[in-house]
Design a protein. Structure first.
Length: 303
């Protein structure tokens, strides 16, 4: 079984003050983009879970969300949802898998690759092992793996609240193209949040938004409304990232936003040809990798 695992961007991200549990409440509009990791799943009836990856820097043991997702499903009793499973259930002791991950989504860039891979693993193994687990149960498991994982069970477009694990599906934006700027800058999420906590609190983080109105806006109009409360702390940690954002905005003459805690930057377009030209120009003049991909899609992008 081969499955594409999409990246995401946070079109809009508002962050509240840290709570007593140590987490920050969020309001975020997440949307998948046409940039994918590729996972191959092969049944192993000896009960082993084995992960290999094209990127030697990525852990392939229990530190990896893919392995953790598989281990959790191994512990689940065989269940059905809405009737019998479509194939004979595999005995629990024989539920194993060999997983090969071709890593394409940059790590540590705010694109959710690890979370997406975990969600893809839950869906794939629920089928491969004939578990018959309900969407609700998979969502509960996903929330335990990480705040972004549930979104990838509910994409391509959703409003994420709580710690990010509560997902309300909404229609994708009218805008269909995104240019991703992929600098080789590492922005560890915990460090960005620590810096956020040291800065003055941003007001209005939980203000109501008319998402239906936003989703119908043209690209430039939507860009002017989008915010990311993690931009100020990320840019204070990495002034080079701020310089790149400002240079890109001058070059393409439209706002450029950051996804998640960074370091990926993005801007939006209504017409694919315009997006492709912008990506080419950014890459040529700013010496930074830039790609044009579809927004809110489950199909491979144009590169």
């Amino acid at each position: 079984m081969r499955v594409l695992s999409p990246a995401k961007i946070n079109l809009h991200l508002r962050v509240g003050p840290k709570q007593t549990d140590g987490f920050h409440p969020l309001v975020s509009w997440m949307v998948t983009v046409g940039l994918f990791d590729i996972l191959d799943f092969t049944l192993d009836t000896a009960g082993r879970v084995d992960l290999s990856c094209s990127d030697p820097m990525l852990a392939v043991d229990d530190r990896n969300l893919i392995v953790r997702a598989a281990r959790i499903l191994q512990a689940e009793m065989t269940k059905t949802s809405g009737g019998e499973t479509s194939r004979k259930p595999i005995p629990p002791g024989q539920r194993g898998v060999r997983i090969v991950l071709r890593k394409i989504i940059p790590m540590g860039g705010g694109l959710g690759g690890g979370s997406s891979d975990a969600a893809t693993t839950l869906i794939a193994l629920n089928d491969l092992w004939s578990l018959g687990l309900s969407h609700q149960r998979l969502s509960e498991i996903a929330a335990g793996l990480g705040s972004d994982v549930p979104f990838f069970l509910n994409g391509p477009s959703g409003i994420c609240t709580g710690r990010g694990e509560i997902v309300e599906k909404i229609d994708p934006p009218r805008v269909r193209w995104v240019v991703l700027l992929l600098p080789e800058i590492s922005m560890p999420t915990p460090i960005v949040y620590r810096q956020f906590d040291q800065m003055p609190m941003i007001r209005g983080w939980n203000d109501a938004v008319d998402w239906a109105q936003w989703r119908n806006l043209l690209a430039e109009d939507l860009l002017r409304k989008l915010q990311n409360d993690l931009e100020p702390p990320a840019f204070s940690i990495s002034p080079i990232l701020l310089q790149l954002k400002e240079s890109a905005e001058m070059l393409v003459a439209r706002p450029v936003r950051m996804s998640g805690s960074g370091s990926t930057l993005f801007t939006l377009y209504d017409i694919s040809e315009c997006a492709k030209r912008a990506a080419d120009e950014i890459q040529r003049k700013l010496a930074i990798r830039a790609i044009c991909v579809p927004l809110a899609t489950t199909e491979e992008g144009s590169g």
